[in-house]
Design a protein around this ligand. Structure first.
Ligand SMILES: [Zn+2]
Length: 321
């Protein structure tokens, strides 16, 4: 039995877990990223976490390698983190630096690809050959897994479904365009829309729960809660986001023909509140042959998906090397 380390690096926290060959997390630790301390400090910190978890589980000598998911652009094959706004990283030779600090082989990839790989092979997509996964959180991104292999595209850029332009949407997006799926249907887009509608004088439980300045603290989870309490504004926002996701998935399904679509990230927590309007819109616009075979599911692994995906990608790539 060999063991693999999965590291999920976020702007706020780093999660480091140790995973067996079956994709089961044996133990994990979570610590703040503290990107403001600088790149080499974050790298030292990551290496310490890896060594700590190996020590804690007594598996020294049995670990095959490390997989790391990074938010942003990466060159997985050279092990370079090309650009990450969250970490303020540019051209960081991550694989080489971590390998030097831990004496283990290191494989890196984009965090969404690692997350979707985990869900596709060991989570909601287990047993399915063609899986498309979306993460709906602060942003929206996607990855696809065909017969156990991730799709990368030229220059490893595949998966930017969040920046598809949506008809009738005009909200400015972080990418510089207006009307992107991500600007309207992400968790942050839903929150922004709720605040805008309340400022326009719309009645909602949300303005009772968060009066005046407190509205700053509104989260997407509160929109779910208000929807459960029968709030019309929250229901409208959730339905709209679900319908936009459904519309954006129409060309993706026709292009890729997945059998399973997994909705992950914070969007997984909205469950059927988001998935019902998404499914309704998607199914109404798919060609019949696609409609019959595609199913839409929420992610099931939670925070473990990134750790499992990273660790199991390390295993897969190590076996090919
Ligand atoms: Zn955009």
């Amino acid at each position: 039995m060999s063991f693999w380390i999965g590291v999920d690096v976020g702007g706020t926290n780093i999660v480091c877990g140790i995973v067996n060959e079956k994709g089961e997390v044996l133990d994990s630790i979570k610590k703040p990223t503290q990107a403001f301390l600088g790149t080499s400090s974050v790298l030292d910190h990551m290496a310490q976490m890896v060594l700590e978890i190996i020590d804690k589980t007594g598996l020294s000598g049995k670990v095959g390698g490390i997989g790391i998911g990074i938010p942003g652009l990466v060159n997985p094959w050279d092990g370079i983190a090309l650009y990450s706004a969250n970490l303020n990283w540019r051209d960081v030779p991550l694989s080489a630096e971590l390998s030097r600090r831990t004496s283990l082989p290191v494989y890196i990839d984009n965090d969404v690809r690692m997350y979707v790989y985990g869900e596709a092979v060991y989570g909601a997509g287990q047993g399915d050959d063609y899986v498309l996964g979306l993460t709906v959180g602060t942003g929206i991104a996607s990855a696809s897994v065909n017969r156990g292999q991730l799709h990368y595209g030229y220059q490893n850029l595949a998966g930017e479904i969040g920046h598809g332009t949506m008809d009738g949407e005009f909200a400015p997006c972080g990418c510089g365009f207006k009307g992107c799926l991500e600007a309207s249907a992400s968790a942050s887009g839903m929150v922004r829309e709720a605040k805008r509608m309340i400022a326009e004088g719309r009645q909602s439980l949300l303005s009772e729960w968060f009066p005046g300045e407190e509205l700053q603290n509104l989260s997407a989870a509160d929109i779910s809660k208000a929807m459960d309490a029968g709030d019309a504004l929250a229901t409208e926002i959730m339905n709209h986001a679900g319908e936009l996701l459904g519309k954006a998935l129409v060309p993706a399904v026709h292009l890729l023909s997945p059998q399973t679509i997994i909705i992950g990230g914070g969007g997984a927590m909205a469950k059927e509140r988001l998935l019902t309007p998404l499914r309704r819109m998607l199914m109404s616009r798919l060609l019949p042959d696609f409609r019959q075979h595609v199913s839409i599911k929420p992610a099931v692994l939670g925070d473990d998906a990134g750790v499992i995906g990273s660790a199991m990608q390390a295993k897969q790539r190590h076996e090919i090397d």
